[in-house]
Design a protein around this ligand. Structure first.
Ligand code: GDP
Length: 524
């Protein structure tokens, strides 16, 4: 292992932000980028917003519904570290995109609205993180507003997520009186009006703290803060890295307070790029040989170019512009002539990317979600999962003459991860599956705009879909034969069982004990 490579890998932090809509993810993202110097002037923040509006105008649906379909990655440096922040769509209708993005990160920031606590989408996203024991740093946001008792929020995290908490800071005041944080481990305070400044104090009862609070809140603060110091768990790096414990910070993204704590915590505690499991071996991030996998495909990033970008997470070695990589699925070489880095407001050709980095590779449909690229070695990464769709529809084509074109278009959309495609064993027309209803609108709009195929959707008699497998091959074959009318194949030819509802799924699962019904399928 060469020294420069190891050092470059060690300073990378690749993370995402998970939260319920409105908790403050966008605001926090902007503030993180400000810290990172990715946006230096306030004017640029606005410029970025303007640009983002034009960029995301590519899809009418997005404008009409006022949500952002565009997901991207933002790379920035702060201190000694290079951060890759993988943005996830805020709207739950694009959940599977978000889930896949979470397979490409090594850590996550969980943003919780201090007035609301754990909300449904936070819970769901946390569960996806837990599948891989991703370490989580928690940010209790909006402390400048009416909020719940901090102990109650910590308790809720512990109860609802089964995740231990270690408060690192304690809010000095709440709502109108929120004026800073007390750092529990070293008895320092930071005032919200002078965040640059850290002041040492003699404990929660010191005058410097009291001076920040209205008289009637002082006693309660001293009690709370002392209790937090005595009774709460101390931070334990090992438990954090294993995904069992989360350090908790309080702040206000809007007022840009507490954000520095988060970025420092990621640098100090979050792991560098993790080892990745491939079919033939475990790949260490510091391996000399380049390897990477595709976790996201995005079409039409730039309306003028109608390009398609595969987002690739580098897992080991160095990805260099101009190198020839091997695409594992086809065994064919692929020239990486224009890999790109994404910054807050621009793209730039990436000459060299290291493990942990995410680069965009423009292509014309060669790359699929889950694809592995190497510098020649025969290996395939496991790990970009497929989540069972929650909505299934038959696609009805207005013009029956275009059936072949439609088949191709649907396969392409499925390869991009816009929808999942299932071909029933009995030869009936294909079904598309999505996690959120809005994806159907995206499919419809894109089939029309890009392929000239006007379509509509019909209800299918199925609403539930599970991948089936069994250690007993004969039993699986028997099941597939007996249930032929309820079996379909996904894009890779793997069988799924389709049921009208959860009740009939459970009924069959009871009867066919040797068959495994999975709601998640790992790619490849
Ligand atoms: P997202 O949906 O999670 O991306 O949330 P946004 O960042 O768009 O924030 C939702 C709303 O909450 C916006 O009106 C923000 O201005 C507001 N907001 C975000 N952070 C804070 C905060 O710390 N304090 C207050 N008072 N408002 C906030």
């Amino acid at each position: 292992m060469s020294e420069p490579l190891a050092a470059e890998v060690a300073r990378r932090r690749t993370f995402a932000i998970i939260s319920h809509p409105d908790a403050g993810k966008t605001t926090l993202t902007e503030k993180l980028l400000l810290f990172g110097g990715a946006i230096q002037l306030a004017g640029e923040v606005k410029a970025k917003k303007d640009r983002m509006n034009t960029r995301s105008d590519w899809m009418k649906i997005e404008r009409e519904r006022g949500i952002s379909v565009v997901t991207s990655v933002m790379t920035f440096e702060y201190g000694d570290h290079v951060f890759n922040l993988l943005d996830t769509p805020g709207h739950e209708d694009f959940a599977d995109d978000t889930y896949r993005t979470l397979t490409a990160v090594d850590a996550a920031i969980m943003v919780i609205d201090a007035a609301k606590g754990i909300e449904p989408r936070t819970l769901k996203l946390f569960e996806v993180c837990r599948l891989r024991d991703i370490p989580i740093v928690t940010f209790i946001n909006k402390m400048d507003r009416e909020s719940r008792d901090p102990f109650e929020i910590l308790d809720e995290v512990e109860q609802k997520l089964a995740l231990d908490t270690a408060p690192m800071t304690w809010p000095i005041g709440r709502g109108k009186s929120f004026s800073g944080t007390y750092h529990l481990s070293d008895n320092t305070i930071r005032r919200s009006d002078a965040e640059e400044q850290t002041t040492s104090v003699n404990g929660p009862e010191s005058d410097a703290v009291a001076g920040l609070l209205p008289e009637n809140e002082r006693k309660a603060f001293i009690e709370e803060c002392s209790l937090a110091m005595e009774a709460c768990r101390p931070f334990d790096s090992q438990a954090f890295l294993e995904g069992h414990l989360t350090p908790v910070y309080f702040g206000s993204a809007l007022r840009n307070f507490g954000v520095r704590d988060l970025i420092n915590a990621l640098g100090r505690y979050a792991p560098p790029p993790r080892d990745q499991i491939a079919d033939t071996r475990k790949v260490a991030a510091t391996d000399e040989k380049m390897s990477a996998f595709v976790f996201k495909i995005q079409a039409n990033m730039d309306p003028n170019h109608r390009d398609r970008i595969a987002f690739v997470r580098v897992c080991s070695g160095k990805l260099q512009r101009g190198m020839k990589a091997r695409l594992a699925r086809t065994g064919k070489p692929m020239s990486l002539s224009a890999p790109q880095f994404f910054f807050a407001h621009q793209r730039q050709l990436a000459d060299t990317a290291y493990a942990g980095d995410v680069v965009g590779i423009p292509n014309h449909g060669t790359l699929r979600i889950g694809d592995t690229l190497t510098d020649g070695e025969h290996l395939v990464f496991k790990g970009v999962p497929n989540f069972a769709p929650e909505i299934l529809r038959r696609v009805r084509l207005e013009d029956a003459m275009k059936a072949k074109k439609m088949k191709e278009a649907l396969a392409q959309m499925a390869e991009e991860g816009v929808v999942q495609l299932f071909q029933p064993e009995d030869g009936s027309p294909p079904l598309v599956g999505v996690v959120g209803a809005l994806q159907l609108d995206v499919l419809k709009a894109r089939l029309e705009a890009e392929y000239g195929l006007p379509v509509s959707f019909e209800l299918a008699r199925f609403n539930v879909c599970r991948w089936i497998s069994s250690a007993d091959k004969a039993e699986l074959e028997r099941f597939v034969t007996v249930k032929r009318g309820d079996i379909a194949r996904d894009l890779d030819g793997d069988p799924v069982f389709l049921a009208s509802d959860g009740f009939s799924l459970n009924y069959e699962a009871e009867r066919w004990k040797a068959i495994k019904f999975d709601a998640i399928k790992e790619y490849q």
